[in-house]
Design a protein around this ligand. Structure first.
Ligand SMILES: NC(=O)c1ccc[n+]([C@@H]2O[C@H](COP(=O)([O-])OP(=O)(O)OC[C@H]3O[C@@H](n4cnc5c(N)ncnc54)[C@H](OP(=O)(O)O)[C@@H]3O)[C@@H](O)[C@H]2O)c1
Length: 248
């Protein structure tokens, strides 16, 4: 069983979906979890309540990560709560938008990169002073970074950028004892992939996949908790494909 006893963790986008599952998995493993949200304050507070009811420690922290100073404000708030030591950073918050190449706007492209790439980059930068020997950073990539899966070109490019950051951050931070990895989910049943609620969408998702069932957020949350834990202490610079064998 994954163990994170005594560790402090920040999970961005933990009000719902994969982030919520990661926050719950980390709390179950014994970590104190800062549950980040943007618009979903109430949902985040329910996650905090669930963790506390199970005997864990958690607090909700809000920040809009589409804003240039969003990561800076979030990092400052995190430091107010945990002080000078953060063990786990899960940069999960993300947005997606499907559009043909011809219909992708500059505004959509910039927003995708702001939330999915700029925010994780500057969150790592701003939290570096309190990350330390043994800390673990988990970024969230996607199957879309390595395979063509629908009309999500700009989104896919943001996840390609995440994979690149994993390599470079892991190389830069390894000498300080900080591990950096990503989990790359395939289609997971969340608000982001609500196309799976239709028969056509479900068939599309299952059609490219070996294990032939739709993933639930917990399938990814558990992998994130493992990567964050000391049980993954020899894994860095890696991208774990948690996708039920998609596009093999
Ligand atoms: N679902 C999939 O099939 C799938 C597949 C591969 C990769 N992923 C990746 O997994 C991660 C989580 O996705 P999900 O499916 O769980 O998505 P989701 O259910 O739509 O949840 C997205 C989360 O990101 C937060 N968020 C959105 N915009 C934000 C902003 N401007 N500032 C701060 N936080 C913001 C949301 O917070 P609020 O609700 O509080 O605003 C929410 O907690 C993303 O990086 C996504 O790209 C998902």
């Amino acid at each position: 069983m994954t163990k994170c006893n005594g560790k402090t963790a920040l999970v961005t986008g933990a009000s719902r979906g994969i982030g919520r599952a990661a926050a719950l998995a980390l709390a179950k493993a014994g970590a104190q979890v800062l549950v980040h949200y943007s618009s979903g304050k109430q949902e985040a507070e329910v996650v905090v309540e669930n963790i506390r009811l199970a005997g864990g420690r958690a607090e909700a922290v809000g920040a809009d990560l589409s804003l240039p100073d969003g990561p800076h404000k979030l990092a400052a708030r995190v430091r107010e709560i945990v002080g000078d030591r953060l063990d786990i950073l899960v940069a999960n918050a993300g947005i997606s938008r499907a559009a043909p190449i011809e219909e992708t706007t500059v505004e959509d492209f910039d927003r995708l990169f702001a939330v999915n790439v700029r925010a994780p980059f500057f969150l790592v930068q701003q939290l570096l002073p309190i990350l330390h020997e043994g800390s673990s950073i988990v970024l969230v990539s996607s199957l879309a970074a390595r395979a063509s899966v629908g009309t999500i070109y700009a989104y896919a490019a943001t996840k390609g950028a995440i994979d690149t950051l994993v390599t470079h951050f892991a190389a830069a931070l390894g000498p300080r004892g900080i591990r950096v990895n990503a989990v790359a989910p395939g289609v997971v049943q969340t608000d982001m992939s609500n196309f799976t609620k239709t028969d056509a969408g479900r068939d599309f998702a299952l059609g490219m996949q070996s294990l032939k069932r739709l993933a639930v957020p917990e399938d990814i949350g558990d992998v994130i908790a493992f990567l964050a834990s000391d049980q993954a202490r020899w894994i860095t610079g890696d991208i774990i494909h948690a996708d039920g064998g998609s596009k093999l």
